[in-house]
Structures are given as structure tokens and as C-alpha cells.
Ligand binder design. Structure first.
Ligand code: NAP
Length: 311
């Protein structure tokens, strides 16, 4: 009988419905405890965890074989020096589906110029039609679980997609680049840029003033990655100058985005409140359980975070 500690009070109500069934379906016998009802820390086999949890000291969990995060992004926990156990981030197939839908929807909005027709107070009859997707160049920065799924979905609609990542890639049918030179070339050729990078010291301000200036005039940015990927002041200046045509932002340096932040009122910015892709408990529970199964079988854990890399 395994001892699991579900250490994210904010999520317990939704997981209590699905986690026991997922464990049972995998034939895993486990007792699930919460922070209100904790076992002795040295009896815990696995922690299921969200970085927003009040639990921040992992030292007493001497037997824990892994900390399984409910979140995809781990920047708030990766530097925790008490966390010596293996850390797995969440790669949830239904979260990925949600991200693909958000990215495709917002890409199509800008590609088709939908705003001109949705808000048209002067009743202007403007029959200009957009190019086909095959003639729209889209760059996806970050080719991990989410970026690659979005790139593939956009390719499925015929968009001319390219990608950028930290390490070199060889992905069938997808032109890719990496490193600083690769970024400049990727941005220079993209009318729509989608940010799906993790927040690390290296990715902070990936879109700074110089990067924004490297993009074609009027380019559109979609940021469902992390707020810190963009230099806010440089973005506002580039929007004011018409260098950037529009930015649709889901994530921010401070969340909720403060009421007086200029993004709220800028006509070139659309704010969505960090809703691009939620973890979905029903599918995420199966991912958690698969990792517990692997841990017990001595198989490699899925989605292990590389602490040195930061993601
Ligand atoms: P992932 O699988 O870890 O992929 C990260 C990608 O970013 C990889 O392709 C990686 O390159 C690349 N990368 C990392 N550092 C880089 C650098 N310095 N330069 C260039 N590329 C770099 O992550 P994921 O699951 O796709 O998630 C991406 C991010 O989405 C998460 O970290 C999180 O911040 C965000 N997110 C947002 C929401 C939302 O609702 N808005 C939901 C979930 C996730 P390599 O392939 O070379 O390693």
C-alpha cells in the first residue's frame, strides 16, 4: 500500500473525484492524504504537488521517490534547494489540446483579420480578403510538448510554420532553428510569433527591443508561455510605433494583471487571464498514476525536470 500526499489544497476537490479511480484502473493500491490530514513525512512515497502549495520544505520527505507537479511550468519550484527528490512536471494530453485550441483560435483571428468585421461601427464594406494560410508565415518559439503540438496543428491548416528551440532539431516537415542567430532569422521571417518557452534565466526578455525590431512591421505576437518572455516596456513602445501590429497575451509578470497596467487599455493588446491551457484533472490523473506505476516498476519517470536547465 503506497502513501501519497496530495499537497495542493486548491486542487483537491477536483482530483478527489478522479485520482482514486485512476489508481484503481492501474491496479495501484494507495492511501491518499492531504495537507490537512498528513501522514508522517518520512512515510510518504510520492508527493502530488502544485508550486502554489503552502508546502515548500521537502526535507522531511526522506522516502519520497518523486514530486509530481500538477503544473507544466516549474519556474517557481525548480530552484527550491530543499527539493532533492526527482521532480516531474505535468505534460497532460488534454492540457495540450486546450493550448492547441487557444493558439489556433487566436492565430486565425489575426490571420483572417476578424476584428475588422466584428467591430465595424461605421459599417464599412471592405471586401479585401486575407491570404491563404499557406502564405502566412508563423513562428513557434519553443518546440516542446506544447509548441510542437501547436506547430503541427497550424501546419494541418497549411500555415507556413517554422520553429525555434534551445537545441538543434530535426523534425520532419518543420523548418527549425536554434540559438541567438537562429532566433533573429526566425523572427525576421514571421508575421505571427507564438511564445511557448518556459521561464528560465535564459528565456527572460526573449522578445526585447532588438528582437521586436527584427520582426516584420505589423507582426502579431501571441504569448501563452510566460509573461517574463517579453520586455513589457519594449512591447508597448513597439505597439505604439506600429512595429508590432497586435499582441494577444495570456500570461504576465504579475498575475492577476494589475488593473492599472497599460496592457488593459492598449488597443493593440488583447488580455486573456491565464486561461490558454488548464491542467485537466481527468487526464492529468492518468499521467500522475502512470508515473507512480513507473516509479514502482523501476522504469524511467516521464517529464523529469532537468534542474540545471531549469525546465
Ligand atoms: P517543454 O516541453 O519543456 O518545452 C520547452 C521548449 O522551449 C523546448 O523546445 C525547449 O528547447 C525550448 N527552450 C527552453 N529554453 C530555451 C532557450 N533558452 N532558447 C530557446 N528555446 C528554449 O515545455 P511545454 O510543456 O511545451 O510548455 C512550455 C511552457 O508553456 C511552460 O513552461 C509554461 O510556462 C507554459 N504554459 C502555459 C500555460 C497557459 O495556460 N498559459 C499552460 C501550460 C504551460 P529544447 O527542445 O531544445 O529543450
Amino acid at each position: 500500500m503506497l502513501t501519497l500526499l496530495f499537497a495542493s489544497p486548491a486542487n483537491w476537490d477536483e482530483y478527489r473525484e478522479v485520482l482514486p479511480g485512476a489508481l484503481e484502473a492501474a491496479g495501484i493500491r494507495a492511501q491518499i492524504f492531504t495537507l490537512e490530514n498528513q501522514p508522517a513525512p518520512d512515510q510518504v512515497d510520492y508527493l502530488i504537488y502544485a508550486p502554489s502549495s503552502p508546502l515548500q520544505d521537502f526535507t522531511p520527505f526522506t522516502r519520497a521517490k518523486a514530486v509530481l507537479s500538477l503544473w507544466a511550468g516549474v519556474e517557481r519550484i525548480v530552484g527550491n534547494t530543499t527539493l532533492t527528490q526527482p521532480l516531474c512536471r505535468m505534460v497532460d494530453p488534454w492540457l495540450t489540446e486546450g493550448m492547441v485550441e487557444w493558439v489556433v483560435g487566436h492565430t486565425l483571428r489575426h490571420h483572417l483579420g476578424m476584428d475588422r468585421h466584428i467591430v465595424n461601427p461605421d459599417h464599412v464594406w471592405d471586401p479585401a480578403s486575407p491570404p491563404l494560410a499557406r502564405d502566412r508565415r508563423v513562428a513557434v518559439l519553443g518546440l516542446g510538448a506544447l509548441g510542437l503540438a501547436c506547430a503541427r496543428a497550424l501546419q494541418g491548416l497549411n500555415f507556413a510554420v517554422s520553429g525555434w528551440s534551445r537545441t538543434a532539431k530535426d523534425i520532419a516537415g518543420l523548418p527549425t532553428a536554434h540559438g541567438a542567430d537562429g532566433l533573429r532569422a526566425t523572427l525576421a521571417a514571421a508575421e505571427i510569433v507564438i511564445l511557448l518557452l518556459p521561464k528560465t534565466p535564459e528565456t527572460e526578455n526573449t522578445l526585447d527591443a532588438a528582437a521586436l525590431a527584427a520582426m516584420p512591421k505589423g507582426a502579431v505576437i501571441l504569448n501563452p508561455g510566460r509573461g517574463a518572455l517579453i520586455d513589457d516596456a519594449a512591447l508597448l513602445a513597439a505597439l505604439d510605433a506600429g512595429q508590432i501590429g497586435h499582441a494577444t497575451l495570456d500570461v504576465f509578470r504579475v498575475e492577476p494583471l494589475p488593473k492599472d497596467h497599460p496592457f488593459w487599455s492598449h488597443p493593440g493588446v488583447t488580455v486573456t487571464p491565464h486561461i490558454a491551457a488548464d491542467t485537466r484533472p481527468a487526464s492529468a490523473a492518468r499521467v500522475l498514476v502512470e508515473n507512480i506505476r513507473r516509479g514502482e516498476a523501476g522504469e524511467p519517470l516521464l517529464n523529469l525536470v532537468d534542474r540545471a536547465r531549469g525546465y
